[in-house]
Design a binder for this molecule. Structure first.
Ligand code: C5P
Length: 235
């Protein structure tokens, strides 16, 4: 594994250049909440997220969704295509939770009749504010056609993941994906898909199996990620 200076180092991942075409994504044990005001190191989290992300990207590829993913490299890495990340966090919600219930009069834990797709501006300085189409276009984040494609892609990803988790006894409450542009302008699902970026509840017990365990101090977060990894057959 080559370790030059990272191209980019975020709150929980670092990205290294392999060559013009490829990057190495490192899943660190760092965990943060509340825009980084809460930070801890949770041993083993990086490994589990690398495993879970790789598995879910493979699942998407098998279902015909283009992704940035190329291969998993033990223990905490993913080799991925070098893409330009669109600065929009694409959020899909099936059940009301999180910021939706903080900002709007939704009661938590209610199933939405139609999934909500939400675009947030990926910018910590501005606190990831929600976008509408006009603002996204005016900021040059994406074209009108791309925004349409982003929403379609997000809903397809939702259907695939929702069904997959349902079969494993897990409810996919909501999740965030990022989208990358390849050199030839194709849109691919990028970054990570892990319990850091999804809300997952046990179907029977409604036990929380995602980063909310850390956000809300509900106990052993790595233990919950391990449950997810086991249920979906990563370990
Ligand atoms: O906080 P909120 O309810 O808007 O989050 C919706 C979903 O998107 C959650 O699954 C959360 O983990 C994910 N998310 C994320 N990164 C962000 C914001 C939200 O992964 N910056």
């Amino acid at each position: 594994i080559l370790k030059n200076e990272p191209l980019y180092s975020g709150k929980a991942k670092s990205i290294y250049e392999i060559d013009d075409e490829k990057v190495l994504i490192e899943f660190r044990d760092d965990i943060t909440a509340g825009d980084g005001e809460k930070h801890d190191i949770k041993k083993g989290k990086g490994h589990l997220n690398a495993l879970i992300s790789s598995k879910l990207f493979e699942l998407l590829e098998e279902n015909g969704v283009p992704t940035q993913f190329m291969e998993y490299v033990e223990p905490i890495y993913m080799v991925a295509k070098n893409v330009e990340i669109i600065l929009i966090e694409v959020i899909v919600r099936n059940i009301t939770a999180g910021s939706l219930c903080r900002r709007y009069p939704f009661e938590e834990g209610k199933e939405l009749t139609t999934p909500i797709v939400q675009f947030d501006y990926k910018d910590d300085d501005y606190g990831d504010p929600m976008l509408n189409e006009d603002i996204a276009i005016a900021l040059n984040l994406a074209t009108e056609e791309e925004l349409k494609e982003l929403k379609e892609l997000a809903l397809i990803v939702n259907e695939i993941l929702k069904k997959f988790f349902d079969e494993k006894g897990i409810i996919l409450v909501d999740f965030k994906i990022e989208i990358g542009r390849t050199k030839d302008g194709k849109l691919v699902v990028a970054d990570e898909i892990s319990p850091d970026t999804m809300r997952l509840w046990d179907k029977e017990t409604k036990d929380v199996l995602d980063k909310d365990v850390y956000r809300k101090d509900m106990g052993d977060v790595v233990g919950k990620y391990e449950v997810v990894a086991k249920r979906i057959g990563c370990i």
